[in-house]
Structures are given as structure tokens and as C-alpha cells.
Design a protein around this ligand. Structure first.
Ligand code: UDP
Length: 246
């Protein structure tokens, strides 16, 4: 287990690089450990601040990763810098590659039915040797939950990626976590849309410059909500820093 943490507004982030985190999850999976991963951006931190029930969900995670430059900036301001962003998409991609090498099974829950279908095709194309434990779209009702949980359990999936959007995906994982005996569970937001080719990820050069959020912002207006959480988040961080300095 990764033990070094950096706490920002009451949320303990793991201090790790993207690659080390993938290695850690792989090791956990090979040991049949059960883990809950939350990739937290400023919006999630602020949601946790506003909604104590959601905060409990986030705090119940085994690993909370810094997903976004806002989190890195806050850590730096506090004098405890974090190495780099650890995102749901990059983690998922790394795990896909490792799963093929180590014969581990992955279950994909979420996204629209046609996106989930298209993603399956893409996976077969890009990772022909990947063991897909199962795929199911994310538009189901509460009564179907028991059946979905049973289905995932029956597959013996080593990894379960849940793409229902935040906070729904974190809440879903937390409320069913106890019923599973094993599995690494991680909410991955809109990652299936990217994986399926429905939504394009920012070009490499933009990623390198760490301005992916601008690209996302311009290409997807629904992300504006997330963007506007950043100033509120930074303000809260500054206030907390001043309080701690006194
Ligand atoms: N989604 C879903 N079921 C729902 C609502 C949303 O499967 O009831 C999916 C949606 O199709 C999309 C993802 O959840 O694939 C949410 O993506 P978004 O980028 O909005 O999530 P965020 O990254 O903001 O958490």
C-alpha cells in the first residue's frame, strides 16, 4: 500500500507517479486485493466539501489520486508538492496493457449503450489478447443493481472500471464494495467515450504543455462546471493555508 499522502482540504492524496501507481494496482490485483480508487480533481474536492455524505465516500477509498493541475498547484502552495497528475484515463490505459501481459480480466461498466459497444470493438482491435470479463452500459435503474453486481462477481473480474460520471460512479462503487470479494474498482468518468473514439483526447503536444483542460473546455462545454470549480477550490486552499500559517 502506498503510505505517503498529501492532504488538501481534508482529502489525503497519494504521493506517487502515474507509472508507480499502475505498478501498485497491478501488484494489488495479482494478490487478489480489493481496492477502491478515486481520481479526484478540484470539482470532486469541492463536492466533498459541500456534501459530507460524498466526502465519506471519497474518504473510504484506498487510493485518492491527484487528477488535475489544480490539485498539483494546491499541493505546491502548501509546500508538499505532488510529482504529477494521476488520471483515470492514463491509469486505465496502463492497466489495459498490464492486464494483457498478466492475464487479468477487466469489466467495463458505464457510458451510453452505443459508446459501450463501440468501445468493445476498439478494445478487440487495440488489445486483441485482452480478457474482457464483461461490458455493460451505464443507463440502468436501481432495481438492476443486484443483478449487475452478481454478474460482475460471477466473472471474477480483477479490475472494474465504472464510467457513470462523478459523483454517481464513486457512490455506486462504495455502496456495492462490501459485497465483492476482490477487484480493483475505479471510477473513470468519460473515459469510455474517449476509448470508443466518440470523444477525442487532446493532441499529445497539448497534453505535454499541460493545457489539456483548455482543449477540453473549448471542445466540450459541459466541462465548464468543472472549470468553474477551480477558482473556488484555489480560494479555499489559500484560506486554509493562511489559517494554518497563523
Ligand atoms: N453515464 C452513464 N450513466 C448515467 C450518466 C452518465 O453511464 O446515468 C456516462 C456517460 O455516458 C459518460 C460518463 O458517464 O460516458 C460521464 O462522463 P463525464 O465526462 O460527464 O464524467 P466526468 O468525467 O465529468 O465525471
Amino acid at each position: 500500500m502506498m503510505t505517503k499522502r498529501v492532504e488538501i482540504l481534508g482529502i489525503p492524496f497519494i504521493h506517487t507517479t502515474q507509472d508507480d501507481f499502475i505498478t501498485q494496482l497491478l501488484q494489488d490485483a495479482l494478490e487478489s486485493k480489493k481496492r477502491f480508487v478515486v481520481t479526484a480533481n478540484p470539482e470532486i474536492v469541492m463536492n466533498a466539501r459541500d456534501d459530507l455524505d460524498f466526502k465519506q465516500v471519497v474518504l473510504s477509498a484506498d487510493y485518492i489520486t491527484p487528477d488535475g493541475v489544480g490539485i498539483l498547484m494546491a499541493a505546491k502552495q502548501q509546500g508538499n508538492p505532488l510529482p504529477e497528475r494521476v488520471t483515470g484515463f492514463d491509469t486505465m490505459q496502463g492497466i489495459l496493457t498490464q492486464a494483457v501481459k498478466h492475464n487479468l480480466k477487466i469489466y467495463f461498466l458505464g457510458a451510453k449503450p452505443d459508446v459501450n459497444e463501440a468501445m468493445q470493438e476498439k478494445l478487440k482491435e487495440c488489445f486483441p489478447a485482452l480478457k474482457i470479463a464483461g461490458c455493460r452500459h451505464g443507463y440502468f435503474n436501481l432495481q438492476e443493481n443486484a443483478e449487475i453486481v452478481q454478474e460482475i462477481k460471477n466473472t471474477g473480474a480483477d479490475f472494474v472500471f465504472v464510467a457513470l460520471g462523478s459523483p454517481a460512479q464513486e457512490k455506486w462503487i462504495m455502496s456495492h464494495f462490501n459485497t465483492f470479494e476482490k477487484g480493483i474498482f475505479m471510477g473513470v468518468g468519460g473515459s469510455f467515450d474517449i476509448l470508443s473514439g466518440t470523444v477525442k483526447r487532446a493532441p499529445k503536444i497539448i497534453l505535454k504543455l499541460r493545457i489539456e483542460w483548455i482543449y477540453r473546455f473549448v471542445t466540450n462545454p459541459s466541462r465548464w462546471r468543472r472549470f468553474f470549480a477551480i477558482p473556488r477550490f484555489m480560494k479555499a486552499v489559500n484560506r486554509e493555508n493562511r489559517r494554518n500559517a497563523k
